[in-house]
Design a protein around this ligand. Structure first.
Ligand code: DX5
Ligand code: ZN
Length: 225
């Protein structure tokens, strides 16, 4: 599967895609590793996007695995449904979850990779002891809610902490960044320790999304640890 064949992963976010033509938009990013799907509930973040039925439909037509980013309240209740819909990866927010470990174990039991996300102001240290129950950690590099914002370089120390903890643990945990990733900021994030990169506007606003994916991949591979 594409998701596991590369040292780095490039996951375009369909938040900036044409929502009326999503199957066509998926075709434009067929060389990506996973497709990043931003689920927003207008409570955890001030924006509203997709729910489980949309994810089921995307799952049916996508040739690449789905990387679900839940920006919702009460993920303890809602997240398993996305794993049951066939998502390859389901990431929920540390700020929203009640029992992170129980939910991660439930997601893994269903067959998905389990991810935990932190907003820019949320410290990572309290979550390091939970790493064995996770397959991915998402460090938000913008405030969640909207595409097209500027990369926040001040979040990079969290990646260094995570990269060190993951290396010491020997676990296979993907370190994901999301927000403001382009051919310049991806270098900063890769050098800081990220290996999984979400890019929305820089891919979907490019004239040739496949060429932009290749550019991002080359930049990340040249600078990843
Ligand atoms: C923001 C979303 C991101 C968004 C990134 O809350 O989680 O996935 O699509 O968009 P860009 O790459 O444009 O910052
Ligand atoms: Zn996202």
């Amino acid at each position: 599967m594409a998701a596991t064949s590369s040292r780095v992963r490039i996951n375009p976010s369909i938040l900036t895609a044409d929502f009326a033509n999503l199957e066509h938009e998926l075709g434009r990013i067929a060389t990506a590793d996973l497709v990043h799907v931003d689920v927003m509930d207008n409570h955890f973040v001030p924006n509203l996007t997709f729910g489980p039925r949309m994810v089921e439909s995307l799952q049916r037509v996508s040739t690449i695995p789905l990387d679900i980013h839940l920006m919702i309240d009460d993920p303890d209740h809602w997240a398993p449904g996305y794993a049951e819909a066939g998502a390859y990866s389901v990431t929920f927010h540390a700020e929203a979850v009640k029992d992170a470990v129980a939910l991660a174990r439930r997601l893994r039991d269903i067959g998905a990779r389990a991810g935990i996300a932190v907003k820019p102001q949320t410290p990572i240290e309290p979550y390091l002891e939970l790493l064995p129950d996770f397959d991915q950690v998402l460090v938000m590099t913008v405030e969640p809610g909207f595409g097209g914002q500027s990369f926040m370089e001040e979040t990079m120390p969290k990646l260094a902490v995570l990269a060190d903890a993951v290396a010491k643990s020997g676990l296979d945990i993907w370190l994901q960044v999301d927000g403001g990733i382009n051919e310049h900021t991806i270098v900063t994030a890769a050098e800081a320790g990220a290996n999984t990169f979400v890019a929305g506007s820089s891919v979907f606003n490019a004239g040739d999304p496949a060429a932009q994916i290749a550019t991002l991949r080359a930049a990340a591979e040249a600078h990843a640890h």
